[in-house]
Ligand binder design. Structure first.
Ligand code: SF4
Ligand code: SF4
Ligand code: FES
Length: 323
């Protein structure tokens, strides 16, 4: 850490390098960098190129945590190179979950293409009132928090549901979608866009994106969850159906068993999924007796009573709020 290092002390820096056009596979190069007061990782990378004369590709622009371009993996943790203090020993790699253009430079083009798909602007149905437009913070809600996103993609790099080929669009784009969806001036069909363009249902609520975000955007609770709520409120597609089943199972049984969830989610389409069901049964993921108990209502464990009470109260509150 910064405070543990003395000016002039040598730091060992190991950098993953790879030029897809020349190198058969990635390799690591190690350097010694003399520490200077307040030194950031970006300065260590500069030192390798400018003082040691080695070739190294890395991306940066602002140097002050604004442009989001300098994301790297430092000792297995995603960070902004311009903002992170150097350490005595550093292993520096490109962000995971992206194709590598060269060395530490990732290919961000999927983000740019996906961004266009979610209509990244405020779409108004009423007339623009002119500048300056007065808007109360209360009218914007968590949309303001989403504006702190600097599009660094650290969240995508840790997301277990996202990779370069996944249908899931990733948390970084969902933050952009939430920014417009929660903006009181916007009238675009955001829930519809979320269902059709993002595969938002693939998010597994792991909070890794929240932990990784350098600007403290609560990606999950203030971005993804409100979009899901919109989908349920507007009753769009299978996601709303799936969520209602999930809640009703908790209310009835205090637990969600995969067998019943599958059966109720697919309804008559379950007939087309019989081969999948057989594979799941074979692997022990579903049980015929549990399906029967789930559909016709069965005994539940005493410890589930509290969960059932909680879920019933939540449903009742939602019902009261809707009225
Ligand atoms: S909470 Fe969802 S979006 Fe965030 S990292 Fe986990 S799976 Fe990805
Ligand atoms: S939400 Fe946070 S981690 Fe994700 S792109 Fe925006 S600033 Fe980066
Ligand atoms: S260089 Fe712009 S955020 Fe790091």
């Amino acid at each position: 850490m910064d405070t543990e290092l003395i000016v002039g002390e040598l730091c060992k820096v190991t950098v993953r390098k790879f030029n897809p056009e020349l190198d058969p596979e990635p390799y690591y190069s190690t350097y010694e960098i003399p520490y200077t007061r307040g030194m950031r990782v970006l300065e260590a990378l500069d030192y390798i190129v400018e003082e040691l004369g080695d070739s190294l590709a890395y991306r940066w622009f602002c140097g002050v945590k604004k442009c989001g371009g300098c994301g790297i993996l430092l000792n297995e943790k995603p960070v902004l190179a311009c903002w992170e203090s150097v350490q005595k020993e550093m292993k520096i790699e490109p962000l995971p979950n992206f194709p590598i253009l060269r060395d530490l430079v990732i290919d961000r083009s999927r983000f740019d293409k996906d961004l266009i798909r979610i209509v990244p602007w405020v779409e108004r149905s009423d007339k623009y009132p002119g500048f300056p437009e007065k808007i109360l913070p209360s009218e914007m809600g968590h949309s303001i928090e989403m504006m702190y996103c600097i599009e660094c993609l650290l969240c995508n790099s840790v997301c277990p549901a996202y990779n370069e080929k996944s249908d899931f669009i990733g948390p970084a784009i969902l933050v952009q979608l939430a920014k417009f969806a929660l903006d009181s001036r916007d009238n675009a069909p955001r829930a519809q866009i979320a269902v059709e363009k993002t595969d938002i249902i693939d998010c597994v609520n792991c909070y890794k994106c929240v932990e990784a975000c350098p600007t403290n955007v609560n990606v999950l609770e203030h971005g993804i969850d409100p979009i899901r709520s919109l989908i349920i409120e507007e009753n769009i597609g299978d996601i709303a159906h799936h969520n209602r089943i999930y809640r009703d199972l908790v209310i009835r049984q205090g637990i969600v068993n995969p067998s019943t969830l599958l059966l109720k989610s697919l309804r008559t389409r379950v007939l087309y999924e019989i081969p999948l069901a057989i594979r799941m049964w074979w692997k022990g993921r579903i049980s015929i007796s549990k399906i029967i108990r789930g559909v016709f209502g069965g005994e539940h464990l005493n410890s589930q009573d509290e969960i059932i009470k909680l879920a019933t109260t939540i449903k009742q509150n939602e019902h009261n709020e809707a009225e």
